[in-house]
Design a binder for this molecule. Structure first.
Ligand code: ADP
Ligand code: MG
Length: 680
């Protein structure tokens, strides 16, 4: 077995489980090695019911008293069973697991692990046998993201086999860099990230791997910066009558910040050098219109412009909006959409229109910069909510001929010092002002006992023809312990909300065409309540949606919750945000309360970091946009700075043929996150 081998070469992974691994994008042994735990669990001795802390995970050793009862509420089966130890009684509930009725025998003893609520109930606990639990006790156990049919145990077992039998990648980082940054050996880090010997080693292992992640990212950035320099503007433009008229006809008054940024863009594109500009602006600050202005300027000068979005759903929404604007304002746009899920023949037709210049505004996902697309005269590329296109895309486009202007839009609030590192090749504009007249969103942080009230509230809003988002951290049961999942939650809501409400679900594992359909239905007002994962986090604009309810809010980073909140309050109506805390302590609550105090994304992210402290890195992800596998730009800002320095100071050695050769041998064109090793 080596790293390139197929996953089935691992003992115990057969054809059948291989298909499940494929669902997690694990094809090779190497993919598995880099499938890091999303979380860890430390098992403790079972506790007495009376000693268990409310709303926290614990293990109870109890015996079943009486037969379990099973009832059905529409599609949901609910099984209740009472259990006891010598200090108290708990009611345990299982959803959609009717077969438990035959497994749980009255009088028998079990270990149940889950969150014990104040009212002495526990939902969906894990069940262990005594000897099985003993084995877990002394170690920190990895928890992987799962898919239905593939258990944490199965992944752990495959991982153990891999680590004991497969030669791990050599540590190629120069000794000097390792010493200066105080890094753990690479192989030791790979072992400890999966199966930590202790907490100290886990921390060091994580530091090392985060360092590498940032380091190679910086290396790539550095390299691409070196090539770019300050290129000459080969698409000179002038301000056109159309672009001026467009601004006069807008139905609202631009904010000062929007006008300023539009002015900067105009100066760039009519100037001597190619534009490379980042627009940072909090959710709802009105970045889209600024992008449209840039596209209009470009197109009314006779060139083509491309607009890239991170998801098809968002691309489609921009396409609709631009079509409408083209009609309403008589703009010279001839828009087409290009996405991965289109049929080959549809794509071919679009390619032809792009090549002939018949289409001048190309909207889509990263499909718009793929090799197959050849442009007649592409002069501007705008990327929405996705900085990572910035680097790769320019490389790809440079290879296609002349270098177009680039505009990157981001709602991720980043402190200036980090922005300079991460976006060093871009000029930065900030939209630091929201459009006037927006109503403040009303927030609350509540426990799960508030659910009935929340559902009543949602019912009233839907009856007033408003729409609602419900966010769950998981897609389906079993990916994470003690968290709500989209599939079951949708059923739950169908059971508790009025029958006539139209409730649908949306998540990342759906086929793109299904996702699009659901999102279009929601936009058109044909769905009242949308149960979703964070796939709706970026960019979506449905002004009629007025309620955002987030289940297991404690599982999200505050910056991410802030992005989610940005999906409501986009119209004239009062909007509401309900953060439902499914677990965690008083401290968690305090952390979530920050969202009540502030609406400033940057303040929220930095407060979150301050409260959690640098050692706390389990389970909370800060931002979708900079989704490094392990690294978090806020929490790991120090490592990011170190990695950036290491690249800068060792430039010569790192770009020597020797290092690049070693590096390529090890990684080939392997893509890890958005570090595309092929481009180094
Ligand atoms: P984001 O910056 O999050 O991408 P959008 O560009 O989607 O925000 O804008 C959010 C909403 O605000 C849209 O419905 C848009 O039409 C509206 N909007 C943008 N600029 C203004 C403005 N100056 N005044 C009023 N509404 C605006
Ligand atoms: Mg947007």
């Amino acid at each position: 077995m080596n790293l390139q081998s197929d996953i089935t070469t691992i003992k115990g992974v057969g054809e059948k489980s291989a298909t499940l691994f494929h669902k997690l994008h694990i094809e090779s042994v190497k993919d598995l090695l880099f499938y890091f735990p999303r979380d860890y669990e430390t098992f403790e001795e079972p506790v007495w019911i009376k000693d268990a802390k409310a709303d926290e995970i614990c293990t109870l050793r109890v015996f079943v008293c009486g037969a379990p009862t099973l009832k059905k509420v529409r599609n949901l089966s609910i099984l209740n069973v009472f259990c006891k130890d010598s200090t108290g009684t708990v009611k345990i509930t299982f959803f959609n697991m009717p077969y438990m009725k035959n497994i749980l025998k009255s009088g028998q003893e079990y270990l149940f692990r889950g969150i014990l609520r104040k009212d002495h109930t526990m939902e969906q606990p894990k069940i262990y046998k005594e000897e099985e639990y003993r084995k877990l006790l002394p170690f920190i156990q990895p928890r992987y993201s799962l898919t239905k049919g593939l258990s944490n145990q199965a992944i752990s077992k495959a991982m153990r086999n891999l680590l004991s039998l497969c030669p791990l990648p050599e540590d190629i980082l120069p000794q000097k860099i390792k010493e200066e940054a105080g890094l753990m050996d690479y192989r030791e880090a790979l072992h400890n990230i999966h199966f930590p010997e202790n907490e100290g080693k886990l921390l060091k292992a994580r530091n090392r791997l985060v360092f590498d992640e940032f380091f190679y990212f910086m290396l790539m950035l550095h390299r691409s910066r070196e090539i770019t320099g300050q290129a000459e503007n080969q698409f000179s433009m002038i301000e056109t009558a159309e672009s001026r008229r467009f601004l006069e006809k807008l139905p609202f008054k631009l904010t000062k910040a929007q006008s300023k940024v539009m002015e900067e863009i105009k100066e760039d594109m009519t100037g001597n050098h190619v534009m490379s500009r980042l627009i940072q602006g909090d959710v709802g600050s009105g970045k889209t219109i600024v992008a449209f202005y840039a596209l209009l300027l470009c197109i009314s000068n006779g060139y083509q412009g491309a607009f890239m979005a991170p998801t098809e759903v968002l691309a489609r929404q921009h396409f609709e909006t631009l079509n409408k604007m083209t009609r309403d304002y008589g703009l010279p746009f001839k828009p087409v959409i290009l996405t991965g899920s289109q049929t080959a023949s549809a794509k071919k037709e679009v390619y032809a229109q792009i090549e002939s210049g018949e289409a001048n505004l190309i909207i889509g996902t990263h499909a718009v910069i793929q090799d197959k697309v050849s442009y007649k005269n592409l002069a501007l590329v705008v990327t929405d909510e996705q900085h990572r296109f910035g680097v790769r895309q320019r490389d790809a486009l440079r290879n296609k001929g002349r270098e177009p202007h680039v505009l990157v839009m981001s709602a991720t609030p980043i402190p200036r010092t980090l922005a300079i590192i991460l976006y060093g090749d871009l000029q930065i504009s900030v939209i630091d002002e929201l459009p006037a007249g927006r109503k403040q969103i009303k927030n609350c942080v509540v426990g799960t006992e508030y659910r009935p009230k929340a559902y009543e509230f949602i019912t009233r809003q839907v009856r007033e023809n408003r729409q609602v988002y419900c966010i769950c951290p998981m897609v389906e049961e079993g990916e994470l312990d003690n968290c709500e999942n989209v599939m079951d939650y949708t059923e739950k809501l169908k059971a508790v909300l009025p029958k006539e409400f139209r409730i649908a679900s949306l998540h990342g594992k759906m086929r793109p065409s299904d996702k699009n359909r659901i999102m279009e239905d929601f936009s058109a007002g044909n769905i009242d309540v949308l149960v979703s994962t964070t796939v709706i986090e970026v960019g979506i604009n449905v002004p009629n949606a007025t309620v955002m309810m987030v289940e297991n809010a404690e599982r999200f980073g505050l910056a991410q919750l802030h992005q989610l909140r940005g999906r409501v309050g986009r119209g004239d109506a009062q909007s509401y945000c309900i953060f439902m805390q499914g677990g965690g302590s008083e401290e968690t609550k305090k952390r979530l309360e920050i969202l009540n105090q502030s609406n400033d994304g940057f303040f929220i992210a930095s407060e979150d970091l301050r409260l959690r402290g640098p050692g706390d890195f389990f389970g909370v992800r800060q931002s979708g946009e900079f989704s490094f596998t392990l690294g978090d730009i806020y929490r790991d800002a120090d490592i990011l700075k170190k990695a950036a320095d290491a690249v800068k100071q060792n430039e010569e050695e790192l770009f020597s043929a020797d290092f690049i050769k070693k590096f390529k041998e090890q990684n080939g064109s392997y893509k890890w996150n958005f570090v595309d090793f092929g481009t180094i």
